[in-house]
Design a binder for this molecule. Structure first.
Ligand SMILES: Nc1ncnc2c1ncn2[C@@H]1O[C@H](COP(=O)(O)OP(=O)(O)OP(=O)(O)O)[C@@H](O)[C@H]1O
Ligand SMILES: [Mg+2]
Length: 362
C-alpha cells in the first residue's frame, strides 16, 4: 500500500482552480518531487497534505486512512519552508529539540536525540549558536533537523533551497540525498527548478496550471515526456510540428514541418494521421562539417547561426534552408579546447532514431 495517496483532489480560490483533480501515490522511503512553474499549485497541494488547507473535493489518505478529520498538528508530518522559520531567541540545539520539549520528552533523552540529529545534519559543533549567527545553508539544516527529530512519517519541503546561492544549493542537494537515505523518511519536495528535481528525486510529478501532467522517474520524464509542456519545461528540447505518416510497432515515420520525413519513437498508442510534435534533446543532435566523409547522405544540411560557449559545452543553433532552427549541444572535449564549429559554417545534423520522440497533441 502507498504511504500517501492523493485521490482526485481539487482546490479553488474564487474562480481559480489552483489544484484540479490531482491523483498520485507516494511510497514509503521515496524522495518524491512536485515540479512545475510558479503558480501551478505545488504549495497549495503541499498545504493540503499538511492540513493547512482543506480540499474542495477528493481525499488525502495516509496509510489508507483519510486525513480529512485530522488537524495539522496531529498529522505525523512536518513542513520545511524556504524561509527557515526558526525561533530567533533560541539556540540551534533548543530549536532542534523544540518538538520533543513540546511532547514532554525527558531531558536526558531529549539531549541525546538533539545531539544525534545535529550530527545527521552535520551541525554538531554549532548547537550553542543562535540562528542570527548562522549562514543560510546552516539555518536550513537547523530547520530540517527540527523537522526530523521526532521521526515523522513524511517530511514536506517547500522550495527549501531557493534562498541559497547556486554553489551552496548544489552542495545542499548532495546533503539532502544523503540525509534522506540515512534517515529513511519519505520526502515530498516542492521545486520549480527542473535540475534540482532531476538530481534529487526517485520520482517526479510534473504540474502545470493545477494539473498533474506526468509522473515518473527523472529519466522517464526527461527521456519520454508525455506532452509538449513537459518536454519544454524539463531541460531544453527541439520541438517541431509533425504528423504521423506510417507506423511500425512503437516507431513511426513522421512528416515534420520543414524537414520532411523523419523516423521517431512514437509509443504504443499513436495512429496514422495523429498530429503533434517531434521532440529531440540538443545533446542528442550530432553535427558534422559538410566536408566530413560520413556526412553527405546523412541527416539535414544547415548553417551555424549562433553559438553559446558555456565552458564545458557549446550550444549551436543551426538553421536549414527551409528556416528550421535546431539546437545542438556538444561537449568541448578536445584537449586543446577549440570549438569544432564557428558561426557561418555549413554543417549536417542528425540524431539516432531512438533519440527522437513523437508527442501527440492532447
Ligand atoms: N490563499 C490564496 N488565495 C487566492 N489565491 C491563491 C491562494 N493561494 C494560492 N493562490 C493561487 O493559486 C495558484 C497556485 O498557487 P501556489 O502557491 O500553489 O503555486 P506554486 O506552484 O506553489 O507557485 P510558486 O512556485 O510561485 O511558489 C496561484 O495562481 C496563486 O495565486
Ligand atoms: Mg509555492
Amino acid at each position: 500500500m502507498a504511504l500517501l495517496e492523493i485521490r482526485h483532489v481539487s482546490k479553488h480560490f474564487g474562480g481559480l482552480a489552483a489544484v484540479s483533480d490531482a491523483s498520485l501515490e507516494i511510497r514509503t522511503g521515496e524522495f518524491f518531487t512536485l515540479l512545475g512553474p510558479s503558480g501551478c499549485g505545488k504549495t497549495t497541494l503541499l498545504r493540503m497534505i499538511a492540513g493547512f488547507a482543506l480540499p474542495d473535493a477528493g481525499q488525502i489518505l495516509l496509510d489508507g486512512v483519510d486525513l480529512a478529520a485530522t488537524p495539522p498538528e496531529r498529522r505525523p508530518l512536518h513542513t520545511v519552508f524556504q524561509s527557515y522559520a526558526l525561533f530567533p531567541h533560541m539556540t540551534v540545539a533548543e530549536n532542534v529539540g523544540f518538538p520533543l520539549r513540546m511532547a514532554q520528552v525527558a531531558e536526558a533523552e531529549l539531549k541525546a536525540r538533539v545531539a544525534e540529529t545535529l550530527r545527521e545534519v552535520e551541525l554538531q559543533t554549532l548547537g550553542e549558536r543562535f540562528p542570527g549567527e548562522l549562514s543560510g545553508g546552516q539555518k536550513q539544516r537547523v530547520a530540517i533537523a527540527r523537522a526530523l527529530i521526532d521521526r515523522p512519517r513524511l517530511l514536506l519541503l517547500d522550495e527549501p533551497l531557493a534562498a541559497l546561492d547556486l554553489k551552496l544549493r548544489e552542495q545542499m542537494r548532495l546533503e539532502l540525498i544523503k540525509l534522506q537515505k540515512e534517515v529513511g523518511i519519505t520526502f515530498v519536495y516542492v521545486t520549480h527548478d527542473q535540475s534540482e528535481a532531476l538530481a534529487l528525486s526517485h520520482r517526479i510529478a510534473v504540474m502545470n496550471e493545477g494539473r498533474i501532467c506526468q509522473i515518473g522517474a527523472p529519466s522517464e520524464v526527461y527521456e519520454f515526456p508525455a506532452s509538449r509542456f513537459v518536454a519544454d519545461f524539463i531541460g531544453t528540447c527541439n520541438l517541431l510540428d509533425a504528423s504521423v505518416i506510417a507506423r511500425r510497432g512503437e516507431r513511426a515515420t513522421l512528416d515534420v514541418a520543414g524537414l520532411g520525413e523523419v523516423d521517431a519513437w512514437a509509443g504504443p498508442a499513436c495512429r496514422r494521421g495523429d498530429r503533434g510534435v517531434l521532440a529531440v534533446r540538443p545533446e542528442k543532435v550530432g553535427l558534422e562539417g559538410e566536408a566530413a566523409p560520413r556526412a553527405p547522405d546523412k541527416g539535414f544540411a544547415g548553417v551555424i547561426r549562433e553559438l553559446l560557449y558555456l565552458g564545458d559545452v557549446t550550444v549551436y543553433k543551426v538553421e536549414t534552408a527551409s528556416g528550421v532552427l535546431i539546437e545542438a549541444l556538444l561537449p568541448n572535449s578536445a584537449a586543446h579546447g577549440v570549438r569544432p564549429f564557428a558561426i557561418g559554417d555549413r554543417v549536417r545534423f542528425a540524431w539516432s532514431c531512438d533519440a527522437a520522440r513523437f508527442i501527440p497533441d492532447a
